[in-house]
Design a protein around this ligand. Structure first.
Ligand code: UGA
Length: 448
């Protein structure tokens, strides 16, 4: 099928690339002409595992193309995926101006009926507004149909998540839209693609369910899922605080809890809390949406509050260990909001860095992927590619992202170059006893 993708961020590019790999003909467009120029030149503007491989293969097979001309992209596809940003406004609600802008473009540029699919994360009832905008701006013409198809892609494993989803949710108003979306996803559901993640030998897991719902349900499923996961993390963090006070071990507690399949072990890692461009904004947007219909989503407000307090708790541990922070050289290991991404949006590490700089610490940071982005925001900090250089002369090592490279760090070697053998671990990466055996003072979350 001919498909258009509007917005070449990580959701749009992964969607376009994977659907092209699955055999569709895809055109991608973006308001950022530089980004399109890079893509045309074979460069991938974001770091996402496996994405470069599939974009190259799809490009060579002539299945994917790029244009800075939104009109050209809109006219090409039988179905159009809207993958533009929905950032938070100052009151926490989602800013839908990019969706509105795209609706006006589609209404003006389309010359034939289109299925317009919202993939961006949007509050419930956006589909209704989108349909209204398309009808109004096209003056009732062109027979647009709207659908919602939320993404459940985690940054860093987005390609794997796209090819191996737990569920494909489509919110539609009519059977024809459901059938069209089923056709789009058929190669994924039937696993008819070359999997770049498992090099053709995908694990024999259960195939994804294709769920047809109303548009409002589909929109709500996305916000409710992300908010629930955020809530789960905050719950684990609250339990972790309690463990510290009562002398228990949060890992023993969450592991045992998680073995109950009703609870599950995932998203129970205590530490610095959640960041990124999804959970913090989605939880706020969900609270805000609920408020507009008179529902006080208190439980989510508490989850958000617990998450914000993680930074305070971490910095309290740093201050307690260092006694005086001013003038101390501290190494921050990890800037990205989580491992395997270069994304630093709402990353806890950045807030830690900002507050330490404010206190007068001499901050030396490193990250395998996010250095360039962070450098622009913090001209007063020092940045290193090599963690051992960041640790040179440091009075403390602060672990802020759960990168594998840091899990495997040679602390024997690091200890020799540090001014003080102190680790404050915001991601519980190490076994306390092991580091203490190596002569480190080691502080983490929810474990003695
Ligand atoms: C999240 C969801 O997991 C995806 O399903 C969803 O599609 C995506 O948002 C989205 O809305 O686009 P993502 O933001 O990429 O994906 O990251 P996660 O892997 O969910 O992690 C979010 C944050 O929670 C990270 O900062 C991570 O370090 C933190 N986290 C995660 C914890 O603190 N503890 C945990 O146990 C798990």
């Amino acid at each position: 099928m001919r498909l258009s993708v509007i917005g070449c961020g990580y959701v749009g590019l992964v969607t376009g690339a994977c659907l092209a790999e699955a055999g569709h003909e895809v055109i991608c467009t973006d308001i950022d002409a530089d980004r399109i120029a890079k893509l045309k030149a074979g460069q991938v503007p974001i770091y996402e595992h496996h994405l470069d491989k599939i974009l190259t293969a799809a490009g060579n097979a002539g299945k994917i193309s790029y244009t800075a001309d939104a009109g050209e992209a809109i006219r090409f596809g039988e179905a159009i995926f809207i993958c533009v940003g929905t950032p938070p406004r100052h009151d926490g609600s989602a800013d839908l101006s990019a969706i509105d802008h795209v609706a006006q473009q589609i209404a003006a540029e389309a010359r034939s009926p289109k299925l317009v699919i919202e993939k961006s994360t949007v509050p419930a009832r956006t589909g209704i507004e989108l349909q209204r905008a398309l009808t109004a701006y096209s003056r009732g013409g062109n027979g647009f149909r709207v659908a919602s198809n939320p993404e459940f892609l985690r940054e860093g494993t987005a390609v794997e998540d796209f090819f191996h989803p737990d569920r494909v949710v489509v919110g539609v108003e009519d059977q024809a839209a459901a059938e069209q979306l089923h056709e789009i996803y058929r190669p994924i559901l039937e696993r008819r693609f070359t999997c770049p993640v498992h090099t053709g030998k995908c694990p024999d897991t259960q195939k994804a369910e294709f769920l047809v719902t109303t548009i409002s349900s589909a929109e709500l499923i996305k916000h409710a899922s992300n908010s629930f996961l955020a809530l789960k993390i905050s719950y684990a963090n609250a339990v972790s605080d309690l463990c510290e006070k009562l002398g228990a071990n949060v890992e023993e507690v969450t592991h045992a809890m998680g073995l109950d399949p009703r609870i599950g072990t995932q998203f129970m890692r205590a530490g610095l809390g959640f960041g990124g461009f999804c959970f913090p904004k989605d939880i706020q947007a969900f609270i805000s949406l609920a408020a507009t219909v008179g529902v006080d989503f208190e439980i989510l407000k508490a989850a958000e509050r617990v998450n914000k307090q993680r930074i305070d708790r971490f910095l309290e541990k740093v201050s307690k260990a260092l006694w005086v922070v001013k003038g101390k050289r501290v190494a921050i290991l990890g800037l990205a909001f989580k491992a395997n991404t270069d994304d630093i949006r709402f990353a806890p590490a950045l807030e830690v860095m900002r507050r330490l700089l404010e206190e007068g610490a001499d901050v030396h940071a490193c990250d395998p992927e996010a250095l360039e982005k962070a450098k622009k925001q913090f001209p007063q900090a020092h940045f290193h590619e090599d963690p051992y250089q960041a640790l040179q002369g440091a009075h403390a090592a602060l672990i802020c992202t759960e990168w594998d490279q840091y899990k495997k760090l040679d602390w024997e070697k690091a200890g020799k170059v540090m001014a003080r053998k102190l680790i404050v671990d915001g991601r519980n990466l190490y076994t306390p006893a092991k580091l203490r055996e190596q002569g480190f003072e080691y502080v983490s979350f929810g474990r003695e």
